[in-house]
Design a protein around this ligand. Structure first.
Ligand code: SF4
Length: 274
């Protein structure tokens, strides 16, 4: 996808959490850019509109541009505290395609390494984070939550065509783990899949507990962020997919392997655990 890259200074970089992230035990979130050039069909963020700090052009053209917070590292140096548990990021992917050009994350990671918080979680689906491996290794109590949304790359191409293929994502998890980092396979959002195969792939790639979250739909979640319409249209092409059944299959596989399995804030809280 063609996208444009913009920059803007920001007044703050760490936001106090509420809702899902607060329930999961995170004190702050860090969002390095507005809008995300992965542009996933189902992304919840544009449905939050101004609540997510977006402008109309962001939710009207999700994924077509992104605006980096150019002074993020300077602000972070002032705002970091040892007691914080920080989730980066609920509103964009820190390793979105545009990050390959702008390279804001190295400055951010160096700043975090200089004043490490109680926990720092990177939520991503971008193998680009391997570019910063040495910087990641320098951060105490870093956790990577790496999104693996399905085992079926044809499904991935439909729902998230600008994200890396599933085999490359699994290989990235293995690489991070081999480098000594704590990395979770996060099955979120759970897209149509063969749940037994997905569980086996995730359990092989990581030695951590498995975290999942089904696609949110308005029928089950009357308020707040939800799946945007292009994702719902794609989901309708898989009427036989039962996410509740898929979650139970994955849970059984994880339990059999001696790992915890969970979804929602209670499971995301594992990312912040010591
Ligand atoms: S990577 Fe995450 S934030 Fe970016 S478009 Fe996809 S779901 Fe949204």
């Amino acid at each position: 996808m063609l996208y444009s890259i913009h920059e803007q200074t920001s007044r703050t970089i760490l936001s106090r959490t509420s809702g899902f992230l607060l329930s999961a035990g995170f004190t702050h979130s860090l969002t390095p850019a507005r809008n995300c050039t992965f542009g996933c069909s189902y992304c919840y963020v544009p449905t939050m509109r101004i609540q997510a700090g977006l402008k109309k052009d962001d939710w009207d053209h999700w994924g077509h541009h992104t605006t980096f917070k150019s002074n993020a590292a300077l602000l972070l140096a002032r705002e970091l505290r040892p007691h914080q548990t920080i989730y980066c990021s609920p509103l964009t992917d820190p390793y979105q395609p545009a990050e390959a050009t702008r390279q804001l994350m190295p400055e951010i990671l160096q700043t975090v390494a200089a004043s490490p918080p109680q926990a720092f979680v990177l939520q991503t689906r971008g193998p680009l984070l391997l570019r910063d491996l040495a910087l990641l290794q320098a951060i105490p109590r870093l956790r990577v939550s790496f999104s693996i949304s399905t085992d079926d790359d044809a499904v991935r191409r439909r729902f998230e065509p600008h994200c890396a293929a599933i085999p490359e994502r699994l290989q990235t998890i293995r690489h991070l783990r081999a480098a000594g980092l704590r990395v979770h396979a996060t099955l979120a959002p759970l897209l149509p899949c063969d749940p037994a195969r997905l569980a086996a792939l995730a359990l092989e790639a990581t030695d951590q507990d498995l975290i999942a979250d089904p696609l949110h739909v308005r029928a089950d979640k009357p308020h707040g962020a939800t799946t945007r319409p292009p994702g719902l249209e794609l989901l309708a092409r898989y009427p036989a997919f039962d996410s509740a059944h898929a979650l139970s299959v994955i849970e059984a596989a994880a339990t059999h392997a001696g790992r915890r399995f969970g979804s929602g804030p209670a499971a995301f809280a594992w990312l912040a655990e010591a």
